[in-house]
Ligand binder design. Sequence first.
Ligand code: ING
Length: 314
Amino acid sequence: MTRSLTIGAAQLGPIARGEGREAVVERLLALLRQAAARDCKLVVFPELALTTFFPRYFMEDQAEVDTWFEAEMPNNSTQVLFDEARRLGIGFYLGYAELCVENGQTRHFNTAILVDEAGNLVGKYRKVHLPGHAENEPERPFQHLEKRYFEPGNLGFPVFQAFDGIVGMCICNDRRWPETYRVMGMQGVELIMLGYNTPRYFAPAPDLNRMADFHNHLVLQAGAYQNGSWVVAVAKAGEEEGCDLIGESCIVAPTGEIVTQCQTLGDELIVASCDLDLCTMLHTKRWDFAGNREPEHYGLITGSKGVVSPFDQS
Ligand code: ING
């Protein structure tokens, strides 16, 4: 029996600074219902999907900063999304700003959760690679204050048994770093979900702006192919409060091929039937780590057996 999973990538267009969470959740519900009509079992929403990309703004009052965070999930604004998803039998990935208390300390993370088709929380991921800066840089056309408002994720890159496969998550800038994919790849991941808010104009390196779309797909396709995993990457897109965010949300096969991508910069659902057994073929035929490389040959590991592949047949 082929393990085929129909997945929806639910891209969002801009979210205005003053747009309330209830209005945004109505947009998420519309995409969820479109996904149900196209037999999706899983829907991926963007990073920070409930509000505008607030790290664009310099704030000094922590009470004001905390208004952009969710102290509970689900909560009054999002319970309706969880209820409708369960009614429709669809799981989902949702990115949001997480405010929590751990060991008596208030913490702030850029977070994503995965909920299964029965409405159970499968797992949580907290963004490890926080781009941007922490101090006010008013000369920038748009600020990117993730280092000010979030702490680096403290959950690592776990994978979870769900949707009849091995699945994992990351968020936005994480997708640019090869170790993000590899850490999950060495755990046998078959599906990596992620959301992103990516400005087209990157102040520290403007020469790269012309390659924003190319670099987005480059890292997704490489990560998918080199680890034999599906990758579903979903944008918040369009001109949001004057800031151009790239779109081109896409679903990438373990072969590295983009099987479908968004054509607009607005709310748009794309769908693909993802054969998880394709991952098994690649993991055994193409990426047999144990059979294709001896750690001592490349000198990274001495003494131990080295990185033991989860696909090790021995
Ligand atoms: N956004 C951007 C991203 O990694 C960025 C930050 C933009 C980094 C352009 C490099 C170049 O896609 C988030 N939210 O991480």
